[in-house]
Design a protein around this ligand. Sequence first.
Ligand SMILES: [Zn+2]
Length: 257
Amino acid sequence: MLKSITSKGLVLYNRNFREDDKLVKIFTEQAGKRMFFVKHVRNSKLSPVIQPLVVANFLMKVNDDGLSYIDDYQEVTVFQHINHDLFTMAYATYVVALADASIQDNEIDSALFAFLQKMLELMEQGLDYEVLTNIFEIQILSRFGVSLNFHECCFCHRIGLPFDFSFTYNGVLCPEHYSKDERRSHLEPNILYLLDQFQAVQFNDLKTISLNSELKYQLRKVIDQIYEEYVGIHLKSKKFIDSLEDWGEILKNKESE
Ligand SMILES: [Zn+2]
């Protein structure tokens, strides 16, 4: 049954369907992720708003058992800075793909919608896209059913100590309890401190976070490990980011030659 609603939506992706039609995946605030059918795209007034990362207020007919339809739209936001910077674009695309992977179709999650939209706005403002991505990755773990304790020692529950991470105990160990896990991660304590901050960070604090490249590199490594161990998804957009990083390394090495 088709139901008419108005909702904010973020376009996740579109793909060609038959000769001149498209299927468009939109994450809507009010009705979750849905697949929309857009007919005769070339002559459609909808063509500018079905591009990835566009946010708009859509008037739509949603269908719980099949394709949905867009009737009209207003208040379109296009992220100009993101669209024109290869690196920011790569990270924004990954964050969106991660959100996409974390929820089922038709599942309403307006909190995730708001979080994702805020992330994109902050990337658009030019805040550090690597740090924002890390924060998003940590906070969205719960959507994948993963709950990790970065805050207090798994054994004595003390806080604020130079912690290390244990994959065996899904959380941190204090120096007194390092020995509980022979295969603990041997991470720098400031990495665990940051992961704890990321888990609880408020948007207003984000503007003040600034990290050096070595710390960012360490964070990237441990978050990759966490995703490999607990989430196990392999997104194309993440592989692209990894290849960009390799490319960035080559450029850096060239500069220092
Ligand atoms: Zn302890």
